[in-house]
Design a protein around this ligand. Structure first.
Ligand code: G6P
Length: 366
């Protein structure tokens, strides 16, 4: 292939490292220096829209769940997310002024294309978010947003996920500003906050990779993992579990931390490590106390958490430290240690990280 590994052992690791640059470039493309949004959506795509339905598969579906959180919490736009393979055969009742967004890195996922075609037939405005504007989704959607992450070779999506998240931040800003549901102070704060993230992402990569590589060794023979998160980091728990499943073949479940007591807690013992995403904000104490419940069942606890909080140190056996930022931005940072964890566990197991068994980069059959 034309894309080189540039000294990285696998494309996936290289792509993980490209994320701060992808984020920076995406910001430069879609927010001008004087803070104007430049998504370039056709007229009527935002103004008259009253609700959003997002359809996607896999990692793109996880990005969409974060997107729902952002569209609802930043812009106040009611949003639903459905797997494309489900939407196809049970679409929600058709309502006017709905924007349907198909999110697909490859632009070729058969279920996502079919679901979007159905939405179009129903008369909805259709937007695509993709890393391949020249792909089939570009033909089906009324407009597309280019995630501009550059070609991704690793089957497990990393930098395209980060790029999809960025598009949702900008789209939520666009909705909030256009519909007047977002104050100009808050929108300025959000734009400034986005611009600070690449430096934090770099710091996480620089400071944690060695540690995570070392920590991962002890999980080479682990059979099950649980990932917990709440609120905006629940989808990141799902994504952390998916990354691990995809490339290490270790069974992993992502769960909303508050639901653990309704089932998964029965799985816990000293052989089932728990990774909890605990970042300061609306659910921080709750996640810490959910983690404490896991600890009481002898589970080994890994926290994606702030470095300097004694409360977190008390609960977690290991901390993958995250700089403290406005909770709304935390997914951009919390996903990185989880990608590294999945990568290093798989690499220690000697697996073909870039080409995991049974998986394809794009699934063009139903
Ligand atoms: C495949 C890939 C996943 C990806 C999913 C959706 O299953 O292995 O990594 O998340 O397809 O792909 P898309 O191109 O639609 O984002």
């Amino acid at each position: 292939t034309m894309v080189e590994k540039q000294g990285f052992k696998h494309y996936m690791l290289k792509e993980i490292y490209e994320q701060p640059g992808v984020f920076r470039a995406g910001l430069a493309s879609y927010i001008s220096e004087n803070d104007h949004l430049k998504l370039g959506l056709p007229k009527g795509f935002v103004e008259r829209i009253e609700r959003v339905e997002i359809i996607a598969c896999g990692t793109s579906w996880h990005a969409s769940l974060v997107g729902k959180y952002l569209l609802e919490q930043i812009a106040g736009v009611p949003t639903s997310v459905q797997y494309a393979s489900e939407y196809r055969y049970s679409p929600p009742p058709s309502l006017s002024n709905t924007l349907v967004i198909g999110v697909t890195q490859s632009g070729e996922t058969a279920d996502t294309l079919a679901a979007l075609e159905l939405a179009k037939l129903r008369g909805d405005r259709c937007l695509g978010i993709t890393n391949r504007v020249e792909s089939s989704i570009g033909r089906i959607a009324d407009a597309v947003i280019d995630t501009q992450a550059g070609i991704e070779i690793g089957v497990a999506a990393t930098k395209t996920f980060i790029a999809q998240l960025l598009m949702f931040y900008i789209l939520a800003l666009e909705f909030g500003i256009t519909k007047g549901s977002l104050s100009s102070e808050r929108s300025q704060e959000l734009i400034d906050g986005l611009r600070q993230l690449p430096a934090y992402m770099e710091r996480i990569l620089e400071s944690q990779e060695r540690y995570i590589e070392e920590l991962s060794r002890q999980f080479t023979h682990t059979k099950d993992f649980i990932f917990l998160g709440r609120g905006i980091n629940f989808p990141i728990a799902l994504e952390g579990a998916l990354k691990l499943k995809e490339i290490s073949y270790i069974h992993a479940e992502g769960y909303p931390a508050g639901e653990m007591k309704h089932g998964p807690i029965a799985l816990l013992d000293e052989d089932v490590p728990v990774v909890a995403i605990a970042t300061p904000g609306s659910v921080y104490e709750k996640v810490l106390s959910n983690s404490q419940e896991a600890k009481a069942r002898d589970a080994k606890l890994i926290g994606v958490a702030p470095l300097d909080d004694p409360a977190a140190h008390e609960v977690f056996d290991y901390i993958l430290p995250i700089p403290v930022v406005d909770e709304i931005f935390s997914p951009i940072l919390t996903v990185i240690p989880l990608q590294l964890l999945a990568y290093h566990v798989a690499a220690h197991r000697g697996l073909d990280v870039d080409q995991p068994r049974n998986l394809a980069k794009s699934v063009t059959v139903e």
